[in-house]
Design a binder for this molecule. Structure first.
Ligand SMILES: [Zn+2]
Length: 272
């Protein structure tokens, strides 16, 4: 699914490719992912320009010139891209832009959304209010990470990394890769981690983000860049979705277990 790296790519690309473009017309084919009726949504965005793009965790925020913001949660299977010509049947929600191109939003399943919110009130929305610290924010320090571990000692480390109310942005694939890089078993309880292990996990978070950025993000399911191109990081996973295949470090077959109901992949030899 799109996780923090992919949404950050969309944020940056929106900043480059969408800013200043005006919405001629909105297309709404899937009203139930909106927070209002399709007619009202279309009326409110018509004529507005994109003026800024922001992100918190896995949620993308596109600010408009009329003091509204389009707030998008792609969930597992959502995507967003710009196409030269609009095919109105192919979108869940789309924006026909002044230069003739079209911003497509599609693939969003139940639980995901496209909301139109007052820009000044975006962070008061329940979906954003409940998020913990953003994993790419400068305030996310080793000290802060250690505090989160100390306050959640009984929880498993994989669960903590994925809990959006504690740390926003990391999902199933990235947490597997992070814990492999750190050499820590995903089912270890936070209270059992040494200071050195916690530091290794903290560093591994940014190492994995960087590696993914290098390959243009992860497109296992739905994510594409704004130009429609896929990322390649899924082809470079070391453990995620690699059950039974050799660990790239030691050759031991990768194990699959469940951690809090989520499929979790790790090397039983490299991860302690
Ligand atoms: Zn190994």
């Amino acid at each position: 699914m799109p996780e923090i790296v992919e949404i950050e790519i969309l944020r940056k690309e929106s900043q480059q490719l969408l800013l200043g473009k005006q919405i001629e017309e909105a297309i709404v084919n899937k009203e139930n992912i909106l927070n209002m009726g399709g007619g009202e949504f279309s009326r409110l965005v018509k004529g507005a320009k994109f003026v800024n793009s922001r992100r918190k965790g896995k949620i993308l925020i596109l600010d408009l010139s009329n003091d509204f913001s389009v707030v998008i949660h792609f969930l597992l299977t959502g995507f967003m891209k710009i196409v030269d010509q609009c095919d109105k049947n192919k979108v869940q929600v789309g924006f026909l832009l002044s230069d003739g191109s079209c911003l497509y939003i599609g693939g969003i399943m139940r639980g995901g959304f496209v909301k139109l919110l007052k820009t000044s009130k975006v962070f008061e929305d329940e979906s954003l209010k409940k998020l913990g610290i953003d994993a790419m924010s400068l305030d996310f320090t080793l000290e802060k990470f250690n505090r989160i571990l100390a306050e959640n000692g009984k929880k498993k480390i994989k669960q903590i990394l994925m809990d959006q109310s504690l740390i926003a942005g990391i999902g199933n694939a990235y947490s597997d890769e992070i814990l492999f890089v750190a050499g820590v078993r995903p089912d270890r309880k936070a209270a059992t981690l040494t200071g050195e292990e916690a530091e290794r996990i903290f560093k591994a978070i940014f190492e994995v983000f960087k590696e993914s950025e290098k390959f243009g993000g992860e497109s296992e399911l739905s994510f594409v860049h704004l130009n429609g191109k896929k990322g390649e990081f899924q082809n470079h996973f070391k453990v995620h979705k690699r059950e039974g295949r050799p660990c790239p470090r030691c050759g031991t077959p990768i194990h699959l277990i469940k951690v809090n109901g989520r499929s979790t992949y790790y090397c039983p030899n490299c991860q302690k």
